[in-house]
Design a protein around this ligand. Structure first.
Ligand code: GUN
Ligand code: ZN
Length: 434
């Protein structure tokens, strides 16, 4: 069969390198206004300023913004049901809201419905790839992998590990968890665009024996990821110090069990020190910075400059349901504000890069996602520059591209999204675009 050829017209924006954090006029930005992006089958094959010949089906979005699909490097599929829950810091929030919601996914039909709703919601926010926590139940990971496969999405996930300090309906044990992980790895890891992540929830909810098991499995197969939380909240950090008295720091717990590698995604990392940052750099692990969640749960302000200057990879994440929106525009806007509190002004480029090419590169997937480069998967989104009257006015008076994109980030959200494409197929279309 001949692969379908589709040409998408619009203003193409992506990155060819990592922009310096405050550089508003960065050579890393690739801006191709009013171009045709050529997609053959599942892949991007090029871009050109002139209309392609009649062998290409034309999809004309002139005057619209075309970006690579966003990559959300830390988000919880079962937590849309607790998004925006009032009044608690991390540990109370987990007990009072999150764990009860997650317990419902023990039921496979619920797990399926939740997974499908969640992935459709990601696509409706312009996120085409994600690193996701389901729940402790094998069925929840199974359902999420299956739903991602149906949608052709690049997804990294794995059953959550929790064998202590969790309610009975959300607890596993070392042996059962290992068997579940092995079965899920066998079934899903490397199938199409799916990859398995060993997923110890965070140090307090896994025994030493379970962390050791996760470390062993992580080393047992090529390409496995590891995702967890680290140093998010001060009470949590104190608790980890009590539970693991031999560890030098919270991060060191994971290091001791062989859980840090170049495919390790650690959410938050607010309360780290220089030695932790040096270790992250050495291991090539990334911090999934989750500003919305950090503000909402009152966890603290992440030090972007310290991490970046230490050579740590930083990506951006919604951390829904601690975070209050799946929108990566809102996530970027929150990241800007958190850094503004520390006197660091992130450029629109630094933000957008962290949500696309930067995240992809940190995951070792820069060849496949996060850019509009020839050869990459055709995972892309078509956006209005503005939809609200205020945002439209702001766009009209913006003097240069950085100003336009920064306003798009700070004033925009998923209502700007017109279409999401995954591997060359349109998977979301705004109701008024039909
Ligand atoms: N730490 C352990 N579990 C969680 C979670 O579900 N959300 C957040 N934000 N932090 C956690
Ligand atoms: Zn989280």
């Amino acid at each position: 069969m001949i692969a379908p050829r589709i040409a998408l017209r619009g203003d193409l924006l992506d990155f060819v390198a990592a922009p310096a954090r405050a550089d508003r006029d960065s050579p890393a930005v690739r801006w191709r206004p009013d171009h045709w992006l050529l997609v053959e089958g599942t892949r991007i094959v090029g871009a050109q300023a002139v209309a392609p010949d009649v062998t290409w089906r034309r999809v004309d979005h002139a005057g619209k913004l075309i970006l690579p699909g966003f990559v959300d490097t830390h988000v919880h599929s079962p937590q849309l049901d607790v998004i925006g829950s009032w009044g608690a810091q991390l540990l109370d929030w987990l007990r009072d809201y999150t764990f009860p919601a997650e317990a419902r996914l023990a039921d496979p039909p619920v797990a399926r419905q939740v997974s499908q709703f969640f992935l459709d919601a990601l696509l409706a926010h312009g996120t085409t790839s994600a690193v996701v926590f389901p729940t402790v139940h094998k069925a929840s990971a199974d359902a999420l992998f299956a739903a991602a496969q149906q949608r052709g999405m690049r997804l990294v996930t794995g059953k959550v590990l929790m064998d202590r300090h969790a309610p009975p309906g959300l607890s596993d044990d070392v042996e059962g968890a290992e068997a579940d992980c092995l079965e899920l790895i066998e079934r899903w890891h490397g199938q199409g665009r799916l990859a398995y992540a060993l997923t110890p929830r965070f140090a307090p909810t896994s025994s030493e024996a379970q962390l050791a098991m996760a470390g062993r499995l992580l080393a047992s197969r090529d390409g496995l990821y590891m995702q967890t939380h680290v140093a998010e909240n001060r009470d949590e950090v104190r608790w980890v110090a009590e539970l693991f008295p031999k560890a030098r720091s919270y991060l060191d717990v994971y290091e001791r069990f062989g859980l840090l590698n170049a495919r390790a995604v650690l959410a938050h990392g607010i309360w780290l020190d220089d030695a932790d940052r040096a270790l992250l750099r050495e291991r090539g692990a990334q911090i999934a910075h989750s500003p919305s969640s950090n503000l909402f749960l009152g966890s603290g302000l992440f030090g972007w400059a310290a991490a970046e200057d230490a050579g740590v990879h930083i990506s951006l994440a919604s951390d829904v349901g601690g975070g209050t929106s799946l929108s990566m525009q809102r996530t970027m806007a929150d990241a800007y504000k958190v850094q503004a509190m520390a006197g660091t002004r992130l450029s629109a480029w630094a933000l957008l890069h962290a949500a696309t090419r930067g995240a992809a590169t940190a995951l070792g997937l820069g060849h496949e996602i996060g850019s509009l480069e020839g050869g990459a998967s055709a995972d892309l989104c078509i956006w209005d520059w503005a939809t609200s009257p205020v945002a439209k006015r702001r766009q009209q008076v913006a003097r240069d591209l950085h100003e336009k994109i920064f306003a798009w980030i700070t004033l925009g959200d998923e209502r700007d999204l017109i279409e999401s494409w995954v591997a060359g197929e349109r998977r979301y279309r705004r109701a008024d675009a039909r």
